[in-house]
Design a protein around this ligand. Sequence first.
Ligand SMILES: Nc1ncnc2c1ncn2[C@@H]1O[C@H](COP(=O)(O)OP(=O)(O)OP(=O)(O)O)[C@@H](O)[C@H]1O
Ligand SMILES: [Mg+2]
Length: 499
Amino acid sequence: MKPATIGETWARMGSTLAGLMFLWAFIQQFIPYEFRRYVEKGINRLISFTNPYVKISIHEHMGDGLKRSEAYIAVESYLSTNTARKAKRLKAEMGKNNKLTLSMDDYEKLTDEYQGAKVWWSLNKIIRSGTGSTFHNPEPERRYYSLTFHKRYRELITESYLEHVMKEGKAMKERKRERKLYTNSPGYNWSSYKSTIWSHIAFEHPASFQTLAINSKQKQEIMDDLVAFSNGKDYYAKIGKAWKRGYLLYGPPGTGKSTMIAAMAKLLDYDVYDLELTAVKDNTELRKLLVEVTNKSILVIEDIDCSLDLTGQRKNDKAERLTEANVGEEKKSNDKEVKELKTNISKVTLSGLLNFIDGLWSSCGEERLIVFTTNYVGKLDPALIRRGRMDKHIKLSYCSFDAFKVLAKNYMGLESHPLFDCIQQLMNETKMTPADVAENLMPKSVCNDAETCLLNLIQALQEVKEEIEGPKVKENQEVIVNDISAKLNPSQTSKLVDD
Ligand SMILES: Nc1ncnc2c1ncn2[C@@H]1O[C@H](COP(=O)(O)OP(=O)(O)OP(=O)(O)O)[C@@H](O)[C@H]1O
Ligand SMILES: [Mg+2]
């Protein structure tokens, strides 16, 4: 008799195993559970002994289940390039620049080849039943990728292919990354199987350092500082400091503090975490939030003077007043309000915040900027803003002529105009925020041209000056403006005076 080939032997063993499995499936319903488990274990051992394939699982959530595993995310990105070409069932999601990104659908399989070795990837999920699911909180699903390959490639796959997948996947993720704006919104559902306690949207703010209207020297200095920080990994390691930097932006409302944060995020391609401190219950919750902040990000606390002590203090004061007035008819409603006020007071303390910015917790994660904004720098506790915590203090002030030129270029495409001299003179004598200047430069109707916008601005500047110095200024200024206007456009000569 002719000896069987290796292929035939495998085929025979496979069909015998399949027959045994079928038989087992039929008889197991008549066998007690304990015994069934024992037999199943034996069958699995037998299969793994005869099966020449190795399987590696990469789960989406590891350990405490809060954070998505980096390995899973890298595999997801790595496979996404193959997915569009090879997979038959795909999932589509809106990605960067409103482009659809495709990824494998659940239970789909893909093949890949690496240095002559063929591997199979599949996306599977485990559904945890019995956790009391509802319509709004469905059963939690745990996804995982399975990688299958022949055991003769074990070394190649575990030592080289997986490293290649991680490296390529991370690089692809970086290329496709879209910036995100995170918030710890108070109405957020803190369900245990959400992957993060922050909620986010895509961050597509149009502001950049090119459009930011501040003194050009100050702008260059800030940009250089930011770029040096983002390239400073080795430097921070050398000096033994956590790779983070604090910025305090202060100045009157409408001087561009929030706009600058958007410009910083665009320059460095960082995510923004907008921390609403008053919505954080206590220091423990603060720590939880901060541990979740990813690298390459800006953690922002806006209006820091209103966020911490002061708000808590004001609420405390009101609660105390209401408690004192607890007599007669009002007692019941006051009691309710006191209770509400007391439960809503954030128990985050200054020391809790400082501990995070500067203490041991500050070293978790790297390449992070922390930005505080305030209108009243004098109200802040000096401990909070001392150098080392807030390394760079940036004052944003009223609109200078230099800053006005940036706005004129952004809003009207103008680099020079005869009216600029008059505006420069007025700007030296008055104070107007960039937000107000920008508003005056916006056309108020479709037929408004650049010159009308500039005249509007001059009028607004005159009004501000008049408030400071009295009406005599206006008369003098009108003469100057009308002279220029008459030269520019005789038909509009008396526009300002008529207005
Ligand atoms: N320096 C600036 N450069 C360009 N635009 C500016 C600047 N300052 C203000 N603006 C414009 O004014 C608007 C308000 O500015 P922004 O919100 O950045 O001010 P802010 O300093 O954060 O104010 P607040 O203290 O009230 O939060 C922005 O939408 C922006 O268009
Ligand atoms: Mg702001």
